[in-house]
Design a protein around this ligand. Sequence first.
Ligand code: NAD
Length: 491
Amino acid sequence: MTTNEVDRTRPDVHLRIGAERLTSGSGGVYGHVDPSTGKVDKEIPLAGAAEIDQAVKAAHEAFQSWSRTAPSERRRLLMRLADLIDENATEFARRGTLDNATPMTAAAGMAGTSSEWVRYYAGWADKLSGDMTAMSTDTGELGYTLPQPYGVIGIIITWNGPLISLAMKIPAALAAGNTVVVKPSEMTPFSGELFADLVEQAGIPAGVVNILPGAPEAGAALVEHPLVQKVTFTGGPETARKILHACADQMKPAVLELGGKSANIVFEDSDLDVVCPHGVFLPVALLSGQGCAFPTRMLVQRSIYDEVVAQVTAIAENITVGDPFDPAVQSGPVINQAAVDRILGMIERAEADGARLVTGGVRLTLDGDLAGGYFLEPTVFADVDPYSELAQTEVFGPVLSIIPFDTEEEAIAIANATRYGLSAYIQTKDLRRAHRMAEALVSGEVLINGAANLAVHRPFGGFGLSGFGKEGGRPGIEEFLRVKAVGIALA
Ligand code: NAD
């Protein structure tokens, strides 16, 4: 199939409340922009406070029976949903590309990863248990705990990975017996619509999952709704602060999955043929650098520094940027004009700060329909001061910083010298060193020698400015359970 033959039809989007599909909402209409052309391609209805209220009430109503549904039945329904996601993998790839211009080749992998998240938490649904806390022989009391769902969970996600963000939050909440109201970003509404279709097809009862695209006002209404018992948020720190303030008023807990400035520490004993492509592809090609956990600071041991800079530069210069529907394209545009301006501003200031621009650094103007797209050249800076703005601030665009170091201690000090703490990467054949460093790094996860991102068994979630709370693994479902203690006097 040529890129001209790809179906680029934008599907209709609805506000999915219970069994209803509203075609309009009190939040007005959003003109969805295709980042690869810069043109409005679809009108999206937006939820306002009224529809959020309606959805929360539907979820509250559905909670009464969903929380009492046999765990094995919750497992069965979620397994069915996982299968349906796999069956719709091609359409999810298309929607991912329509949503935010993720290259189709990268979007294609997302359905499989997402269905694994659903399946994993389906498996937890009937394996939850409490603890025995006291036996009558010691205390005269029998004590135990009951892990129970919260009720309605408010889910707010951002635009960079619309399908995986849904899969990282909804299944764990549902497996634990909660119901959800989800506000995806209005910038990426197409994947959520299909997800809602499949929830329905899987036989998950109406009201258990409600998905309503909306602007920030809808997100705020969801957080503030008194029937919402807990919030889980993926996005930026500014919004996270507002959400925490609103939660504080009602003493409502929140999970916050925020950004990062992850260090990728490359030692002289690592395999550069593997390390260099991995170290470039994630931060400057895949999602055009718009990923929270990407290794955006490459810390390189001085003995191999010049060689790594040369290899990384050559790889970055060979990345194919262009039409995200073209199977040969590895990197698409960034999300919008504001992102272009922000990223180019950071590039300009990085040069003024003394970083050495080795490749990229400018906007790319492509031909034809793509002329108005938000394309940037994959950009690499060497000799970056670890305390400069570029090394300290998330760019969320295709910009890699390379920083030299001499010793393990220095690498740890540089890696830990930001306010973030989402992911860290270590490349070395010395496993003793790898374990030592994994303990010393201030980071929610440490990935050694190419361990894959987004593995569902691994609790994901940051420290410091990267937020708190976990998605993935057992801690991921425990976020959606509150523990009640029971004591029975037997004496
Ligand atoms: P953002 O914080 O501006 O928006 C995220 C969501 O919050 C959107 O749905 C938005 O409508 C909503 N929102 C905005 N204001 C709100 C308010 N006052 N109350 C409630 N909801 C509100 O998102 P962004 O900054 O463009 O997203 C990019 C950030 O997301 C980056 O920092 C990135 O690192 C981070 N991110 C983190 C993860 C992770 O899992 N840790 C994953 C992807 C992206």
